[in-house]
Write a protein that binds this ligand. Structure first.
Ligand SMILES: [Zn+2]
Length: 375
């Protein structure tokens, strides 16, 4: 297949008019491609998006520990242009975590988005900043438990979240930092504690600003520590609800686009209408693009990653090129899959999205296979 008449988003983060071939599920030079000719009609051709932090969509949640749920999520995400998924677990009873990991490890679905990892959000977090996580299942960092879960998942866990101020957290970082990305999350850590965690090998911050103390001029906390460590990458939930647009712009200025990863943090109501749902066993009420617990705590988002990309570009003033990289190349690099996806590069999986000038999804391909696009 040859895709022509498109503006291709390159590894240099620039759009250039051109054409590219797809053969055997991968990008190839046009000279090596045969078969159909796809006229992109002047669309923007961007890499398929990579969501490394979301919980569910269309009624399903990764924590349902069901193969069917994972398959449904994969199908929906592909339909909106998210071609690689790394869903998140929550703070749950140990037995449930084992079930979720075993289910993910057994998943062999070939339809829709590719399951490329798991983000372990909890249970090693702080009760003081639990957000929508269940307090009764929060526990101390436990290397053995992590390793058991990793084994059950077949090595899919790419990120593990910890509150660095918790007992044993630094030793946990020492033990696992070479096997998984350790992320600072759901925490009340001060600047020094967060800096120490980053020095010892943590390298990521989960939904920056949410579930942590704010950046205070005398107490810069996790946000200041993350900013000062050039190796640290940060996630932001850009659904327009979790972070004020001004703060999103300030964060791009502070960190630079190369260190930012857009995530959706979507829960099972994404892709559905208003109503009552659950997240990690707790009731969640959805109205418009806002999802909250009964007490008003924000409980994940209902916007998929493509919706977040549109929001940062159209409502927050972030350049399209930065937004695309922050939702494709950056997350792919962070979880170690950039050698096979995250950019439109010969040799990589042919995962791509065609967008019109208004950023509506016109076509989605996963490994060169055309997906059904959400109406
Ligand atoms: Zn989450």
């Amino acid at each position: 297949m040859i895709i022509k008449n498109v503006k291709i988003f390159g590894e240099d983060k620039k759009f250039a008019e051109g054409e590219i071939g797809v053969e055997g599920g991968r990008f190839v030079p046009v000279s090596e491609a045969g078969g159909d000719m796809v006229d992109g009609e002047g669309c923007l051709m961007i890499p398929g998006l990579v969501d490394i932090h979301f919980h569910g969509c269309v009624g399903d949640d990764f924590c349902d520990a069901s193969l069917e749920a994972v398959a449904n999520m994969a199908k929906y995400e592909a339909s909106v242009g998210v071609t690689s998924i790394c869903p998140a677990t929550m703070t749950l009873a140990e037995e449930e975590l084992h079930n979720i990991m075993k289910t993910a490890g057994a998943y062999r679905g070939t339809e829709g988005a590719k399951l490329v990892g798991i983000n372990m959000e909890g249970p090693f977090i702080s009760e003081k900043k639990k957000g929508a996580q269940a307090a009764e299942h929060i526990r101390k960092c436990d290397v053995q438990l992590f390793e058991k879960l990793q084994e059950e998942s077949g090595g899919l866990i790419r990120l593990v979240d910890i509150a660095p101020e918790n007992e044993g957290a630094m030793e946990f970082i020492d033990a696992v930092k070479d096997k998984v990305v350790v992320s600072i999350a759901h925490t009340v850590a001060d600047y020094d504690t967060a800096s120490e965690a980053l020095r010892r090998g943590a390298g990521h911050v989960t939904h920056l600003y949410n579930a942590m103390p704010p950046l205070n001029h005398r107490e810069p906390g996790v946000i200041g520590a993350a900013r000062d460590d050039e190796k640290c990458h940060v996630e932001m939930i850009c659904d327009g609800i979790h972070i004020h647009p001004s703060v999103v712009r300030a964060t791009f200025a502070m960190f630079g686009a190369d260190r930012i990863i857009l995530i959706s943090d979507s829960m099972r109501a994404a892709g559905l209408s208003d109503g009552q749902y659950t997240l990690g066993g707790q009731d969640v009420f959805v109205k418009g693009s806002r999802a909250t617990l009964a007490d008003g705590t924000i409980a994940g988002s209902v916007t998929d990653l493509m919706g977040c990309l549109r929001t940062v570009v159209k409502k927050m003033g972030i350049p399209l090129e930065d937004a695309v990289a922050c939702a494709s190349a950056n997350p792919a690099k962070e979880i170690g899959i950039y050698d096979r996806c995250g950019s439109i590069t010969e040799g990589k999986d042919a995962d791509f999205v065609l967008l019109d000038a208004d950023l509506n999804v016109k076509a989605v391909y996963v490994c060169g296979k055309k997906q059904e696009v959400k109406a």
